[in-house]
Design a protein around this ligand. Sequence first.
Ligand SMILES: Cc1ncc(COP(=O)(O)O)c(C=O)c1O
Length: 450
Amino acid sequence: MAEDLGGLLPRIQSPPPGPRSLEMAERLSRVESRNITHLTPDFPVFWEEARGANVRDVDGNIYLDLTGAFGVSMAGHTSPAVVEGIRDQAGRLIHGMGDVHPPAKKVEFLEALAALGPWPNSRTILGSSGSEAVEAALKTALLVTGRPGILAFEGAYHGLTSGPLAATHREDFRGPFLSRLYKGVRFAPFPDSRDGDRAVKKSLDKVRWILREGDGGDEVGAVIIEPIQGRAGVRIPPPGYLEALADLTWNEKALLIFDEIFTGLGRTGALFAFLHEGVVPDLLCLGKGLGGGLPLSACVGPARIMNAWPPTRGEAIHTSTFLGNPLSCAAGLSFLRELRKGDLVARSETMGRKLLTLLTTSLAEISEVSEVRGRGLFVGVDLRHPGTNRPIKGVAVRAATLALREGILVLPAGAAGHVLELSPPLVISEEQLDWAVPRLKKVVEKALAE
Ligand SMILES: Cc1ncc(COP(=O)(O)O)c(C=O)c1O
């Protein structure tokens, strides 16, 4: 690994995708199912190594990563502390028997996770992917309430395995599988702060109606929401909304699930996004950064809720082969320590403020930039036709390709691909942000002109 990789500015030596990336794309197309990796002459590049906020591709190009690789690499790519934790564990035990003869690391990790709060006596179900954490939370809610119905939100993304997919809103994800999906999920509008009080009222009226009267379908036992919607384009509900939602939910004796798979663990400048609003849910889903880059997720709740699960009698009714995998738990433990040691939550808050200010100032004169919004290092640039509320379809997808040529990794978000989503590693430096913002401005201008 290049010694100084991590805090560097981009160095493009072979216009991306370079020849080795193109060759990899050709090879991949012959072995991977075609629905997975989007391969075009301009996209993607294949990664070889990464550290901090830098990624180096197979052609030797160095990028500044403003995605955190789907928001996962919170302590930075290949964080030395996490590498050390993995290395140490890998030499002793790579796989255990999660729910039979558990690895000791599982206990240590669960204790560290419980110490994060917000409950003094939490209980956890571990998984490998975010989808699994959501699956576990939805099952728990059914056990607690006996009511299978689910209330989710327009724009929601909770994962793509069948249970969570039923609560994921986007039509392109759901459409082909609709006939298989659970029919008892109802969607309420997610209020954007840009739309103000009217949007809040509209959303809460619908929530109230679904919870109280309903449409004659399955009664709702679970209300699941991202406190800030991620893949829908960093959508932040107005202050007070989550509190009102919690009141309605609890009045009807349903369970409130916060899916903080994207927003949790410091991404938004607080350990959990719900801390900004002071509303503690009944169940919390975590994933992405939790395993320091290894697959690890969690459904966490207080014992009074989680004890709706019967004690296992030797054959766990909800488990999986890799539950509590020692390598993932070791990586997760190192990550949680690093989060504290590096004061990364506070860093997310300060650097996020800086990024938001820089972007707001820099993009002010572009009339298509309808909003730059964010919390901590979770920021979205929303692009709409001026004077209307209409998203500019695909503009952020074009911007992501153009940014790649400048040495910047960004992702599009929003159902129309109209939001540039930034979720960099929390260790990104001021110098890197200062460098990136004027380039992003150029990229947005170019994408709008295409
Ligand atoms: C809020 C949220 N929930 C759930 C998921 C699903 O996680 P995974 O892709 O690990 O299954 C994601 C993934 O992006 C997410 O952002």
